[in-house]
Design a protein around this ligand. Sequence first.
Ligand SMILES: [Zn+2]
Length: 153
Amino acid sequence: MADLSIRLVPDPVLRVVCAPVTEFDAALAELTTGMLAAMYAAPGRGLAAPQFGVASRVFVMDTTWKDADPTPQIFINPEMVDCADDVAIWEEGCLSIPDRTIRVARPASVTLRWQGVDGAPQTGTFTGFAAACTQHELDHLDGVLCTDYPEAP
Ligand SMILES: [Zn+2]
C-alpha cells in the first residue's frame, strides 16, 4: 500500500516554494490519486503536494464530501486570477498542524486558473468555504501556512 502519511510542521518541505508541473504523465496521475486517498483518509477537505512530501504546484480539494457524495477536484499549476474586495473569515485547520485552528480573513471569493491532470486549462470561481480552502492550499504551494496570518477577530 502506498505511503499516505502527511508531513507535519516543522517539516522543511512545508516551507518550500514549489516548482511548476511540466510533465503531465502517469507519475502525476499517481501523485494526485495518492493525495486524494491521503486527504480522504485524514480526513480532510484539501491537501497540497508539499504536505505529501512533494514540492510541486499541485493540490486536491473536496469541500463537500463530508456532507454529500465525493466530488474530488485536482488543481495543477493553480493561479489566482481575480478575487473579491470583500473579506470572509473562516476557522481554518491544516492537516500539517494537528489540533490547531485559526480564524483567517481572506477574499470572500476567488477565481482560479489551473490545469487538469491531462494538462487541459481550466478556470473556476469559488465562494464560501471553498474560497478559503483554495486560498489555503494555494498558500501551501508558496510555503505559507495559515498560522502565518494574524488571528482574525
Ligand atoms: Zn494546510
